[in-house]
Ligand binder design. Structure first.
Ligand SMILES: [Mg+2]
Length: 160
C-alpha cells in the first residue's frame, strides 16, 4: 500500500488489495495498521429471507407485506438510522465516542433496513446475492480503479 502525501491512505487501496486483512485509518497520516473489520459469515441473505418469511407467515402479515409497503417501511427504517446520526457533525469510522447503547441501537436500525431490503427483494423476485454480483461487475467496469483512483467524481465526468 502506498502512502499519499496529503490524503487518506484508504483511498489508495486498489482493486488488487481491497481484500487485504489490514487497512490504515483515514486520519491524514500513516497510522498503525489495524485489522479490517469483518462480518461473521452467517446468517446468509437467504437465511435472513427465511427467518423473515417465517416471522411474517406466523403473523399472517403477507397481506400487508407487498412491494410498495415494504419499500415505504424500508425508507422509514433508513430514516431511523439517519436520526442516530442527525446533528452530530461528521462521524469517524468506528464511531469513536458512541456508547454501547448507541451502537446497539444503530445495529438494530441497520438490521431493520436489511430485513426489509431482503423481503422487498424476495417479493420482487430479485435474487439479491446474485444481483449484487452482477452490479459489482458493472461498477468495476464503470469505475476502473486505474482511472478513478482517489477521485470522487461521478462516472459521467471521466474522459476516456
Ligand atoms: Mg427501526
Amino acid at each position: 500500500m502506498e502512502a499519499k502525501e496529503n490524503g487518506s491512505l484508504h483511498a489508495s487501496v486498489d482493486e488488487k488489495n481491497t481484500n487485504s486483512e489490514v487497512h490504515v485509518k483515514q486520519n491524514g497520516h500513516r497510522a498503525a495498521a489495524e485489522p479490517r473489520f469483518r462480518f461473521t459469515p452467517e446468517p446468509s441473505l437467504e437465511d435472513i429471507r427465511q427467518m423473515q418469511a417465517e416471522f411474517t407467515d406466523q403473523r399472517d402479515w403477507n397481506q400487508f407485506h407487498q412491494p410498495r409497503n415494504l419499500l415505504l417501511a424500508l425508507v422509514g427504517e433508513v430514516g431511523e438510522v439517519s436520526e442516530l446520526f442527525q446533528w452530530r457533525g461528521e462521524v469517524a469510522e468506528g464511531l469513536p465516542g458512541w456508547s454501547e447503547a448507541e451502537r446497539e441501537h444503530l445495529a438494530q436500525e441497520l438490521s431493520d433496513v436489511l430485513i426489509y431490503l431482503v423481503e422487498l427483494a424476495e417479493k420482487c423476485r430479485v435474487d439479491l446475492p446474485q444481483a449484487v454480483l452482477r452490479k459489482m461487475a458493472l461498477n468495476r467496469l464503470k469505475y476502473p480503479a486505474s482511472k478513478v483512483h482517489g477521485s470522487a467524481k461521478k462516472y459521467t465526468e471521466y474522459q476516456d
